[in-house]
Design a protein around this ligand. Sequence first.
Ligand code: WT7
Length: 660
Amino acid sequence: MTDQHGTIESHPLQNAEGAEIYPPSAEFRAQANLNDPSVYWRAAEDPEGYWAEQAQNLNWKKPFTEILDWTNPPFAKWFADGELNVAENCLDRHVAAGLGDRVAIHFEGEPGDTRSLTYAELTHEVKRAANMLTSLGVSQGDRVAIYMPMIPETIIAMLAVVRLGAAHSVVFGGFSAESLRSRIDDAEAELVITADGGYRKGRVTALKPTVDDALALHGGGSTVEKVLVVQRTKNEISMAANRDLWWHEEITAFDGEHTPQGFPAENPLFILYTSGTTGKPKGILHTSGGYLTQASTTHRNVFDLKADTDVYWCTADIGWITGHSYVVYGPLANGATQVIYEGTPETPDWGRWWSIIQKYGVTIFYTAPTAIRACMKMGRQIPEQYDLSSVRLLGSVGEPINPEAWRWYHDVIGGGVAPIVDTWWQTETGALMISPLPGITQLKPGSAQVPLPGISAAVVDDEGNPVERGQGGLLVIQRPWPSMVRGIWGDPDRFVDTYWSKFGDQYFAGDGARLDADGDVWLLGRVDDVMNVSGHRLSTAEIESALVEHHAVAESAVVGADDETTGQAVVAYVVLKTQQDILTEEDAEAALKKHVAGQIGAIARPRNIYIVTELPKTRSGKIVRRILKQLAEGKEVGDITTLADTMVMSTIQEKITATR
Ligand code: WT7
């Protein structure tokens, strides 16, 4: 393979099945944090011992003597008699080690404003914020909702909350007032931290007004007592007397003296909501010691982090798990220098990401396949205008990366040399689970490959028995891992039902997978009613219930259809109430798209809405989504003999062809 400069670069070999493989270069391997494959068998021999060793990289206020407590499965406890302060591990200890002058965060605002914070400065700001939150009554066991743009104060707020032993619930800034409110209510948050707005696509996106709307819903009464507002965009907002406070005004009263207290390893760290198969999002609970151990270990090993020289950039929003584990906790616990960027990749033009890489000399870059495909579409001539030679490692997350996108990423962004780590994990797993180790693994485009040291995953059949190589099945995790979900907030039964009722002692991830002839894992997407749109998880049931809440809608069915850029796209089939005939279909479609975005958030806006007169159902009245998915993907529709009325199909088919 030849890169744009005409030099010979790492050449893909082929494995038994004919898949391309890219062995690590001798150069990369020599300098890698992990380059001895024996790490796998050492960890497999004694996984608990392996994780206990990793946990020693953290600062414990009270050392643990227990490693794993699995006496009450599936509720795990790790390092339970130990105590630590997560914020101290991310901040103070680096300053104490003489690294206070190292840049923790290079912030790049969308309009072009920049700010760099050293570890000493970030620690100082978090201490002041912790003092401010204490004065507002925040203490161990409380929950604080955070609804913010991608700015340094978001990280400061999160770390200040956990420094006090309280837990945060970060709600992605793209979620609607309804979604925000249901998360606030479920977690019974007493404080909301937000901003007036943030910059996105060259405009101000207001956030505080959405908080106002959320708190006014359902007659207004909520658990929230105070709203703390960071000033970012200076858009006009209203401040409620006795409830709303400006961060920059309050903070002036507090100094940077704050001694971190130790909290039990199993103290709740955060709740993060994610979509499940029912309409109600699940509050995924993570705790402190095990989570931080796995987030930091995987960040160091998989991204081959050299904290004193690397400049790391993960493009995920802090509102998602990737932002929690690989923008906030993993990198900061490791003392990394990282970039955070507020805006979108196309603002002011599609060169923005590459100009940021060039400007800060980014060495490790972690993003999602959907973004890579979007950049591919714009053409390689855009990134080729920038000097990306600093890049030495690339990461991918959120969905399978198709080999074509892998090769483009490797060649155009990675100069034909940077290894790509395709990282499989979930909100529930808290940290990376299946991924290559770049100094050891022979990379195979499209496959996440092997469980990390200390993790035991398998592909099993419906009875839970491991499948042979070359076969497909369901992905399970066989043994508890340190950063595993500790429960669904307020709903222990749902936790057991969702992940453990299928196989008993094995964690059911919800993904289909195949084992290839080498024993590498290929992820095949969700096997439940969960869609993956641009690497974000959406529930078909949640969008369906949003649709039927609209007065014009009688019935709806939502499917995730393959999409070239976003992986899957939301496609809705809607039957209108008969008296709605006066609405034109175009108007109805537009109104319903807007309605879904308003109910859930812009990410849930359907790509297509098809107004139909009937939905395909079985004789017992069950909607056959499989057929609707095939139709939406323009595929041959399979067996329809189970349908009560096969005529329905031709009318829907006509509809779709007419709108194409
Ligand atoms: C689901 C989890 C955790 C990161 C962001 C998404 C899919 C995630 C990969 C990958 C194939 C992947 C799975 C998983 N997924 N990474 N590298 N290859 N599929 O977090 O919203 O909790 O979604 O994303 O289907 O179950 P999430």
